[in-house]
Design a protein around this ligand. Structure first.
Ligand code: PLP
Length: 378
């Protein structure tokens, strides 16, 4: 990529990360659950006003912990959107659980809450929602369904750190919730994530699952005199260097979010006339949701218009990309669950959506100049 090209993503560094990494090095504890893991977990808990926070090495790990914590077993079913990252489903399929895919709403691109109840069977044990682009799902309706059918609710909030639904932070609504701090997200640590446990009864088991199935966390707190293998588990915690990096980001998390919102608003204004002309559809954020500007996307009427836009932008050095390939149409799902039905909104959105560069420091006026030139040819 030449110096003049605009990549789709560039990780933003606050400049504090290296200082905290050096300090972690001096402190001498490099394995997990040291000083910086404690600071980050406390920051998230205090600012989100959520339940227990366990840092993980990825959102994928936090989702896998959710599948273990939910006490789901082989043959159970979990309802989720197909328009999501593979980890949302994989975490459960790894435990022999069957994903049941529900279509998305054409406006927010989140799971269509009006279609969830029809997908519930006697085998359904959980609903996993994904807050796409950092915009909340219709949580009031979804929580009511989960309570009515006594289902576990997991928020896959990978993209939704510091977004809100009706003035409460995402990650505080589900029995469990997961965040990603992968370098493509707003707040990053390279790879990284967190599991939020909002259900007190799951606190002890969540620590055990994260520590290889042992009660080592209780031992380190001096609550027991030796630790033992007591349950299923794996190694889901990040080392202190990763947590130190994350601390360098969390201290600027609100500033990072507000800067991204300025870019998002600039895009939104610039594309309004094209939406009015019927060339594209812009993202929609319900008035009761506060988003975190994780992503800016456009949806075209037809896939070939989307391909034209991506190619023309690439020729001008601006890298725009499509997003999720629906899981229900993936080779894995087609091979394992061949009877899966088509999901028209998911398929159309996946074929027609393009994401624009969104990172702090990008030359937005250059991107918009080229985007407008390309859109004027459509
Ligand atoms: C909705 C969703 N869930 C889970 C993940 C996995 O996150 P991680 O890379 O931190 O494992 C992603 C990654 O982009 C995602 O978009």
């Amino acid at each position: 990529m030449s110096a003049k090209e605009v990549p789709f993503n560039k990780p933003y560094l606050t400049g504090d990360e290296i200082r905290f990494i050096q300090d972690a090095h001096h402190r001498g504890q490099l394995s997990g659950d040291g000083y910086y893991t404690g600071l980050c977990s406390q920051w998230i808990k205090n600012n989100l006003n959520c339940g227990k926070v366990l840092l993980t090495h990825s959102c994928t790990a936090a989702l896998e912990m959710s599948a273990l914590l939910g006490n789901l077993s082989e043959g159970d079913e979990v309802i989720m959107p197909s328009y999501t990252f593979v980890s949302t489903a994989n975490a459960f399929v790894l435990r022999g659980i069957r994903p049941i895919f529900v279509d998305i709403r054409p406006d927010t691109l989140n799971i269509d809450e009006t279609k969830i109840e029809a997908a519930i069977t006697s085998k359904t044990k959980a609903i996993v929602v994904v807050h796409y682009a950092g915009v909340a799902c219709e949580l009031d309706a979804i929580i009511a369904i989960a309570q009515r059918h006594e289902l576990l609710l997991v928020e896959d909030a990978a993209q939704a750190f510091l977004s809100k639904y009706k003035d409460e932070y995402l990650g505080t609504f589900g029995n469990l919730a997961t965040f990603s701090f992968h370098e493509t997200k707003n707040i990053i640590s390279g790879e990284g994530g967190a599991l939020i446990i909002n259900e007190k009864e799951l606190f002890v088991r969540s620590e055990i699952i994260r520590e290889k199935g042992t009660n080592r966390s209780q031992f380190f707190r001096g609550e027991i005199d030796k630790y033992n293998w007591v349950d299923l588990g794996s190694s889901f915690l990040p080392g202190e260097i990763v947590s130190a990096f994350l601390w360098g980001q969390l201290k600027s998390a609100f500033k990072i979010t507000s800067t991204r919102i300025e870019y998002w608003n600039e895009y939104h204004l610039a594309f309004s006339s094209y939406e009015a002309k019927g060339i594209l559809t812009r993202p929609w954020v319900p008035s009761h949701c506060t988003h975190n500007a994780h992503m800016y996307y456009l949806i075209f009427e037809k896939p070939d218009v989307r391909s034209f836009f991506i190619k023309e932008m690439k020729d001008r050095g601006i890298h725009c990309v499509f997003h999720y390939v629906p899981l229900h149409n993936s080779p894995f799902v087609k091979g394992k669950f061949p009877e899966v039905q088509s999901l028209p909104v998911t398929e159309r959105v996946s074929d027609c959506l393009v994401r624009l560069p969104m990172w702090i420091g990008m030359d937005q006026s250059l991107i918009l100049k080229h985007a407008k030139e390309v859109l004027n040819c459509i």
